[in-house]
Design a protein around this ligand. Sequence first.
Ligand SMILES: NC(=O)c1ccc[n+]([C@@H]2O[C@H](COP(=O)([O-])OP(=O)(O)OC[C@H]3O[C@@H](n4cnc5c(N)ncnc54)[C@H](O)[C@@H]3O)[C@@H](O)[C@H]2O)c1
Ligand SMILES: [Zn+2]
Length: 370
Amino acid sequence: MVRNSQDSGNESEIRIKSGRESYPVVIGGRLDDLAGRLSIFGVGRLFLITDRRVHELYGAKLLRDLSGAGWRTAAAVLPPGERTKSLYRLERLYAAGVEAGLERLSLVLALGGGVVTDLAGFFAATFLRGLPLVNVPTTLLGQVDAAIGGKNGLNLPAGKNLAGTFYQPRLVYCDLDTLATLPFRDYRSGLAEIIKCGVIRDPDLFDLMERGIDGFKRRDPYLLRRAVTAAVRVKRALVEADPLERTGLRRELNFGHTVGHGLEKAGGYRRFRHGEAVALGMLAEAELARRRGLLASAAADRLGRLVAAYGFRTRAAGCPLEGVLSALLHDKKKQDGRVKFVLPAAIGRTVTCDDVAQAELAAVLKIFIN
Ligand SMILES: NC(=O)c1ccc[n+]([C@@H]2O[C@H](COP(=O)([O-])OP(=O)(O)OC[C@H]3O[C@@H](n4cnc5c(N)ncnc54)[C@H](O)[C@@H]3O)[C@@H](O)[C@H]2O)c1
Ligand SMILES: [Zn+2]
């Protein structure tokens, strides 16, 4: 195996810059080694935020390790699921933080999927005006997406992710072994985001996803390591270029998500896992690009075959077209009357379009939704 200077043993490190600061994303670290690693922050108080399922699998043992290493720990163990990203849970976390006697330098450790890292990120950004945060994502989606880039979020009654801040973690620590216990649909949901990274920026990653279908289905550790590393590099390039989502560059990460969000919303956030909606969204948006002459049919077909090969649904039966369209039009209101689409121009390159007509969109959606 080729090693670079940042590799040590089985783990490798990708540094993400944010203003004058930067933080490492460790890929292939082991949870068993985490307590030792955290001593660089100065052993003191630590507040673990996790969900019940992850706590049973990994959190309880980690807390014992941390206590053994001298940390004074407290934990908030949340119910698993999207509903946990709420103001109610945030308020409970604030109360628990007070009770645990957290101070400005106490460490917040988020252990879990995107739900946990989003809520814990918001908590860490705001409690006592900001506590140091370490993200330990345990889902594939968390490791390639939610835990990096500094965005956090909460759902409000009016909609998903309507409250949030940009707040960078001090460290992101990914133990790839934790992916072995993920339910298959959650695991595959993360694969969709990796395919997306290949389409927008990294043709080699796309090739790897094509060549490694059986291996990825088996969760082959070598393949996962390569794919997670490549996907984190894609995300790094975009978040470093557009840290606060101001220049539009970060928007590339939204390929598949404009239609995907419409599908999720129309399905009441129950019908699809996020990545399942994104997979279908990528197909619809690639078809839009193909019809506009932006994307060669051969490339659109390649994406279609890949998404199908991983077992994603390539049609959303029973999902009302009207509902998906009106969810998209809701976005439209927010963006001065135009829906912005990131469309692929090749495997590895995108363009932004803001002139997609409603009839054009409806015609494409009809192919994928019936
Ligand atoms: N902030 C961002 O930039 C960003 C980016 C993408 C997604 N998100 C957010 O992430 C959330 C989705 O994250 P997710 O897909 O990780 O879902 P999730 O956090 O709900 O986790 C999915 C399920 O897997 C379980 N789980 C987690 N790790 C496990 C493991 N190792 N073994 C067994 N079970 C495990 C959890 O208990 C949960 O039931 C959404 O709320 C989304 O808005 C945020
Ligand atoms: Zn996504």
